[in-house]
Write a protein that binds this ligand. Structure first.
Ligand code: SIN
Length: 289
C-alpha cells in the first residue's frame, strides 16, 4: 500500500487523505498513519469510498470500541451504526447546531466516523471548528481561569421530550431521555491524551454549567465561549459527495450539519469511537441487568 497523501483543507484544522481504500482490511501501519493524521489535523476526510455498514464498523473498530447511542436507535442488525437521515418532509436536521458528540458520557468520546450515502443536489455541508485553536486564541488571563474549571454535561436538555432531538422522530428513532440521564463533570480545558495539546471542551448542546457555579452565574461565560469557539478562522467546511467520509476528534472539534436543503433527502451513517473506559462501563451495566 503506497503512503497516504495528506492535503490540509484550512489553517486551523482539517486534511483530506487520498491513496487508501477504507473498505479493505488495512495494515496496522496504515491505521497508525491514519490515526496520526487524525490527531494532528483533528478532522480528516476521504473521498470516493464504498462502505457497507459492516466495512464501516470494521474500520471504526480499528480505533477503539464503538458506541451504541443511548438515545438514538441504530440499524436493526448493527446497533452501533446510527443512520442520520433527513427526509424531504423533515424541517429539522440532526446535528444542526454547533456541538461535539457524546460529551454527556462519563468519558469523552474519541471520534465519529460519518459516511455519506445519499446527498441533496446542493447544500448539506458540515462545518468543523478547532477547539484547540479556540483555546490558543484566548488571553493568558482567561486561559488561567478556565484551566482550573470543570463543567457539567448532560443529555437531558437535547434528548428530553421538549428537546431539539425529539422533533426528528419522523426520520430517526430518537428515544426520550427523561429520568435516564446522568450528569458528568469534564475539564473545561481538555489536554489531548495523544498530543498533549489543550482544547476547550464546552458544548452548546450538552454543557449545563460550570461545576460549583449556578446556571445563572455560568451563562455569561458560557455564552462568551460558545460565541468565541465558532469564530470563522477556527473552522473548515466539508462539501460531501456520495462515498465521502469524515472522521473527527470529539475531544477537540465542534461540528455543525447545515440545514440548507429543504425538500431534499440526505442520508449518512455514523459510528462513534468510545473511550475504552466507556465501553467497559457499558458492558458492565449490561451484564448487571
Ligand atoms: C452529527 O452531528 O453527527 C451529524 C453531522 C452531519 O450530518 O453532517
Amino acid at each position: 500500500m503506497p503512503k497516504l497523501r495528506i492535503q490540509k483543507t484550512a489553517g486551523a484544522l482539517g486534511a483530506e487523505i487520498s491513496g487508501v481504500d477504507l473498505s479493505l482490511a488495512l495494515s496496522d501501519e496504515t491505521i497508525a498513519e491514519i490515526r496520526a493524521a487524525f490527531v494532528e489535523h483533528q478532522v480528516i476526510f476521504f473521498r470516493d469510498q464504498a462502505l457497507t455498514p459492516e466495512q464501516q464498523l470494521a474500520f471504526g473498530r480499528r480505533f477503539g470500541p464503538l458506541n451504541i447511542h443511548p438515545y438514538v436507535k441504530g440499524m436493526a442488525d448493527h446497533p452501533e451504526v446510527m443512520e442520520i437521515i433527513k427526509e424531504p418532509t423533515d424541517k429539522v436536521n440532526f446535528g444542526g447546531g454547533w456541538h461535539s458528540d457524546m460529551s454527556f458520557l462519563e468519558k469523552p468520546s474519541i471520534g465519529s466516523i460519518l459516511y455519506a450515502v445519499e446527498l441533496p443536489d446542493w447544500g448539506g455541508d458540515t462545518l468543523f471548528a478547532s477547539q484547540a485553536a479556540a483555546y490558543e486564541a484566548l488571553t493568558p488571563g482567561l486561559k488561567a481561569t478556565l484551566d482550573g474549571l470543570r463543567a457539567i454535561h448532560s443529555a437531558g436538555r437535547e434528548y428530553s421530550s421538549a428537546g431539539h432531538s425529539a422533533q426528528k422522530r419522523g426520520s430517526m428513532n430518537v428515544v426520550e431521555a427523561e429520568g435516564a440521564v446522568g450528569e458528568y463533570a469534564h475539564p473545561v480545558v481538555l489536554t489531548h491524551p495523544e498530543t498533549g495539546r489543550k482544547a476547550l471542551y464546552v458544548n452548546p448542546a450538552f454543557t449545563m454549567k460550570f461545576e460549583g457555579w449556578s446556571k445563572r452565574e455560568s451563562k455569561p461565560l458560557l455564552d462568551f465561549l460558545f460565541e468565541h469557539c465558532r469564530y470563522e478562522a477556527f473552522t473548515t467546511r466539508f462539501s460531501w459527495k456520495p462515498g465521502s467520509v469524515a472522521f473527527w476528534d470529539n475531544r477537540s472539534v465542534w461540528h455543525f450539519a447545515l440545514n440548507d436543503y429543504p425538500g431534499q433527502r440526505r442520508h449518512m451513517r455514523r459510528v462513534t469511537v468510545d473511550a475504552r473506559e466507556t465501553a467497559a462501563a457499558t458492558r458492565e451495566a449490561a451484564t448487571a441487568q
